[in-house]
Design a binder for this molecule. Structure first.
Ligand SMILES: C[S@@+](CC[C@H](N)C(=O)[O-])C[C@H]1O[C@@H](n2cnc3c(N)ncnc32)[C@H](O)[C@@H]1O
Length: 440
């Protein structure tokens, strides 16, 4: 390792624990609060890491996040003037990311909110605009009527960009006004009493979230403007987000020199159910306003998105997968071999997930130039009361591809919502940030 590489490594190591665990600043995490999308990487944690690595790369940076989620990596990259690209399999992540990478004038959003509120106030219709099975279970009739008024008012807006912004506001309004408990990411109905006694106004919530989100976005845009990154009414570099399954392909011809991501920690069903979390909001948002390529069947059941995500579904027989993946990770093999019978069956989900992750990495590598840096935030979890060492496994997968670990940082997680009562798996309380360098 060269002297310069040593220096960078030292600098990364010297990032304080306070910065890593995110207690240093909430203010810097702009555009974070606009939708409570699960398990987000914290921008104020990524920022110092990205800044140090930028010095090392020392050329125009093209950043990719192949599991973009709430697109915090992308937002952090934009703040440093990078070209950014993100992909995710969840349409709600895509919508949120589209909004975060767009340029808005503060006036246009405030005026649109006034127009929408005005339209709602004169809308006396009680027509319900969407239908899906169990709608009456998840929404009180009065809430359905109000959400439909909001729906009609947003749909009336001419600009797609403005509609997208307000669909995100509606998504958060739905999360709060439905009968789902907000304390978990899984769909979990409130008690009958709770539903009856709850006094929540969807219209008031929509207005409040609208104002809050306008503030968040205006703050973010003003940071970009302050840095001189807004030119001719847009971000001065390339910022693209797409819908796609990273396990199948990365949908761009672009090349990158920095990858920053936090992948899922395991299959979505037993860790963070991003799909279930998104199910109710997505019922109310026209998919063609997000992306025309989104298949029509992604909301057939509340499990569809999670089934399509990493580790969700695979037609391959488990022995065929094991033959391949155990050669790449001895830690995974040892983990699986400690179980028998029903426990072994449960643990198979881990093998399928890691195999999908490995496949996704194979898809990423051709997109990365020589000397690219890869920053992976990963957490360990337990299955059958035993720890799945995702960090060790990831290191071995990369090692098998000739990519060595550059350095590791560890962060403690202070507050993360757990995925609810779940006998099968527990979530981690520590995360590791593994930094790799691709020498070829
Ligand atoms: C931990 S989140 C990503 C957080 C993100 N890196 C950030 O900075 O906010 C993991 C994401 O991976 C996505 N995901 C899971 N399987 C996927 C797949 N096969 N292709 C693309 N995205 C996938 C999930 O939808 C989820 O949004």
């Amino acid at each position: 390792m060269s002297g310069f590489e040593q220096e960078i490594r030292q600098e990364l190591k010297s990032i304080s624990q306070m910065v890593l665990n995110g207690t240093n600043s909430k203010k810097k995490d702009f555009a974070r609060g606009i939708l409570n999308y699960p398990a987000m990487m914290v921008p104020s944690v990524q920022e110092p890491i990205i800044n140090i690595i930028s010095k090392y790369i020392n050329e125009d940076i093209n950043l990719i996040d192949p599991f973009m989620g709430a697109s915090n990596s992308l937002v952090t990259g934009m703040k440093s003037g990078m070209n950014v690209f993100g992909q995710d399999i969840n349409p709600l992540s895509l919508l949120l990311s589209q909004v975060k990478v767009s340029f808005f004038e503060s006036g246009e959003l405030t005026e649109a909110l006034e127009r929408i509120n005005q339209k709602i106030s004169i809308d006396l219709s009680s027509t319900i605009e969407v239908s899906f099975s169990n709608i009456d279970k998840w929404f009180k009739k009065s809430i359905q009527i109000d959400l439909s008024k909001i729906f009609r008012a947003i749909r009336f807006e001419k600009s797609l960009k403005i509609r997208k912004f307000f669909w995100v506001v509606l998504a958060e309004t739905i999360r709060i006004s439905s009968n789902d408990r907000t304390s978990t990411f899984k769909l979990h109905i409130r008690s009958v009493e709770d539903i009856q006694n709850r006094k929540i106004s969807a219209l008031k919530t929509f207005d409040e979230i609208g104002r809050r989100n306008i503030n968040e976005i205006v703050n973010f845009v003003s940071v970009l403007q302050g840095n001189g990154y807004i030119r001719n009414g847009a971000y001065f570099k390339d910022a693209e987000v797409v819908f796609g399954d990273t396990n199948a392909e990365i949908r761009t011809k672009k090349k990158f020199n920095l990858l920053v991501t936090s992948p899922p920690y395991g299959d979505n069903q037993t860790t963070v159910t991003y799909g279930q979390f998104s199910y109710l909001p997505l019922q109310w948002i026209p998919s063609e306003d997000i992306d025309k390529e989104i298949p029509k069947d992604y909301l057939n059941t509340y499990r569809d998105i999670d089934n399509k995500s990493l580790g969700g579904q695979s037609k391959k027989h488990i022995t065929e997968i094991e033959d391949q993946i155990f050669k790449k990770s001895i830690t995974l093999q040892k983990f699986i071999f400690q179980f028998e019978g029903i426990e072994r069956k449960k643990a198979e989900k881990v093998t399928r997930f890691i195999n999908d992750l490995d496949n996704s990495i194979e898809n990423m590598l051709p997109k990365l130039n020589k000397n690219s840096i890869l920053v992976w935030t990963v957490g360990n979890r337990s299955v059958n009361k035993q720890m799945v060492q995702n960090d060790r496994i990831l290191e071995e997968l990369f090692d098998h591809k000739g990519i060595k670990l550059f350095t590791t940082l560890e962060r403690e997680i202070l507050s993360k919502r757990m995925p609810g009562k779940n006998n099968f798996s527990n979530m981690m309380s520590k995360e590791k940030i593994l930094i790799f360098k691709k020498n070829y």
